[in-house]
Ligand binder design. Structure first.
Ligand SMILES: NC(=O)c1ccc[n+]([C@@H]2O[C@H](COP(=O)([O-])OP(=O)(O)OC[C@H]3O[C@@H](n4cnc5c(N)ncnc54)[C@H](O)[C@@H]3O)[C@@H](O)[C@H]2O)c1
Length: 507
């Protein structure tokens, strides 16, 4: 393993800088901190003292370790203070012209072997390095907030970055117990690039009127199930937490940086809500209100009519759905074609209920999402979708039936792909494109997204758990029925689905 660094400089004492100082000083490294604002440095030192005090109180740090960690941090009046550092981590304002200038100054201060890295979230490392005399010693080093708790760091390789620089940053990251993920210098690196599927597709479905905000959030929190784990927050809850002013800007930035790639096309809803100042928690109103008003409630399920008979359309899940229906107390219609008064259940993948209802009496058709476990007492939430012709009696009867074992039920308007199908397929689609472009290894894509975004499993593992062929079927269905190129499946996914390989399989 390459040698660790002896003295680490941190430029910028804001939210990220102070977290980085905490991480390295606690791990035993000498750290020099500088910020253009003396007050910011003072505040950072106070923050460190308070944080270490709390750790000592909780018994997670000894008093001695606290003293030593604090003694390892020095503040410098100017960038000259970095002269003896063999690594400087820049975490200042996100403006390219300021960063370029600062990197030139840093180069003139440090030794000719010192490594300079930027914690930028959205700027090009290549563009920062281009202004420098030693671009081979410059890389991106992207932490997540809060630094000590978010245990993943993107090590960003620009075209002229030395391999040895990447190796040393990887070793340093491991030395402090974080997971390093190596990626090429591309817009959004791994995490902000891969994170586009979740919110963007949810906004697209909202824009189509498929369901309202709380329904989409509930589905993604409660229907999605990867080995018992789901998303901790729905997409709109998450956007309210991050702030739509930040999230929408990232969506627009990635979309434009990838030359208007349709997969990343942001929603007009996002732009409009940003103009209205509905940023989320920070403005006390976003997709939800944070002024003490009650959270939106969900209406209870009606009682299923007695004597209900159900015909289940042929398909891969026909037998499992028939078992469920029988377990829920309805009788089964075993005829080849539905009898005249049977409720008709279809199970489309990527298609809408209308397409699945072709040749059937659409007034009696209801679609059930079978992407995640849906069996008797085996799921928290089932999701149904109706055609524009489905009668209200059919909707009510199906709602009552599929809630009869205590599962919650969400009812969608017609959509090419149910909410979970659309969102999960897009998350997998974007991640497979990142793999195809060799921005990072499949393993690094998976760990970066799982740790950085708190997903239950990485996006490629999500695809493997559902099955690459099923994800492909969802995307192909959505693409065919919408004609929208955002749903086109890329070659990484298509080839692995065709060959029956894992999405983690490199070639
Ligand atoms: N906040 C996050 O969640 C997050 C996550 C990952 C990466 N980042 C990136 O980290 C960097 C810093 O973000 P932050 O949230 O800590 O910002 P911040 O506003 O909290 O702190 C920035 C600090 O930099 C100082 N500064 C500005 N210009 C300077 C200069 N020319 N020289 C010295 N100091 C200067 C400011 O005084 C301030 O204390 C940005 O590039 C941002 O994109 C932020």
């Amino acid at each position: 393993m390459s040698s660790p660094f002896k003295r680490i400089g941190v430029l910028g004492a804001g939210a990220m800088g102070r977290g980085i100082v905490q991480l390295y000083s606690q791990a035993g490294f000498e750290v020099v901190l500088h910020d253009a604002q003396a007050a910011a440095m003072e505040a950072a030192i106070k923050y460190l003292q308070q944080t270490f005090d709390k750790l000592v109180e909780k018994g997670r740090m000894t008093d001695d370790a606290r003293q030593q960690a604090l003694a390892r941090v020095t503040c410098a009046d100017s960038m000259q203070g970095f002269a003896d550092c063999d690594l400087v981590i820049e975490a200042i304002i996100e403006r390219i012209e300021v960063k370029r200038e600062v990197f030139c100054t840093l180069e003139s201060v440090v030794s000719s072997e010192a490594i300079l890295v930027s914690n930028t979230s959205s700027l090009s490392i290549t563009a920062i390095a281009a202004a420098c005399e030693r671009p081979s010693l410059i890389a991106g080093y992207h932490f997540f907030n809060p630094v000590p708790l978010m245990k993943v760091v993107e090590v960003v390789r620009a075209p002229r970055t030395d391999d040895a620089v990447v190796e040393r940053l990887v070793a340093l990251t491991r030395a402090v117990g974080h997971t390093p993920v190596v990626c090429q210098d591309t817009p959004g690196f791994i995490v902000n690039h891969a994170g586009r599927g979740f919110g963007t597709e949810s906004l697209k479905a909202l824009g189509e009127g498929v369901a309202d905000v709380p329904t989409i959030d509930r589905i993604l929190r409660e229907q999605v199930d990867f080995g018992g784990m789901g998303f901790k927050l729905g997409p709109f809850e998450l956007m309210d937490l991050t702030g739509l002013d930040v999230s929408h800007l990232v969506m627009e930035s990635i979309y434009h940086q990838y030359y208007e790639e349709p997969r990343f096309r942001p929603s007009v809803i996002g732009a409009q809500r940003v103009s209205a100042g509905l940023f989320g928690r920070k403005t006390r109103e976003g997709f939800y209100r944070y002024d003490g008003s009650p959270a939106p409630s969900e209406s209870g399920a009606p009682v299923a009519p007695t004597g209900l008979r159900v015909w289940v359309a042929p398909g891969a899940q026909q037998q499992a759905v028939r078992e469920l229906v029988a377990g829920l107390g309805a009788s089964l219609d075993d005829a080849d074609q539905p009898l005249s008064d049977s409720l008709i259940v279809v199970t489309p993948l990527g298609l809408d209920a209308t397409s699945a209802a072709q040749g059937l009496d659409a007034a009696r058709v209801i679609a059930l999402d079978t992407l995640f476990p849906f069996g008797l007492r085996a799921c928290k939430r089932r999701v149904l979708m109706s055609t524009p012709a489905t009668s209200s009696e059919t909707r009510k009867a199906a709602h009552g039936l599929f809630a009869a074992d205590g599962a919650k039920v969400s009812l969608l308007r017609d959509s090419s792909g149910f909410i979970a199908q659309r969102v999960i397929a897009m998350i997998v689609s974007v991640a497979t494109e990142i793999a195809q472009q060799r921005i990072a290894s499949p393993e690094d894509i998976d760990s970066a997204v799982r740790i950085g975004l708190g997903y239950p499993v990485g996006p490629l593992t999500m695809g493997d758990m559902i099955g690459p062929a099923r994800i492909l079927e969802v995307l192909n269905g959505m693409h065919r029925s919408s004609d929208d190129p955002r749903y086109r499946a890329g070659p990484w996914l298509r080839r692995r689905a065709q060959l029956g390989l894992s999405l983690l399989q490199e070639d």
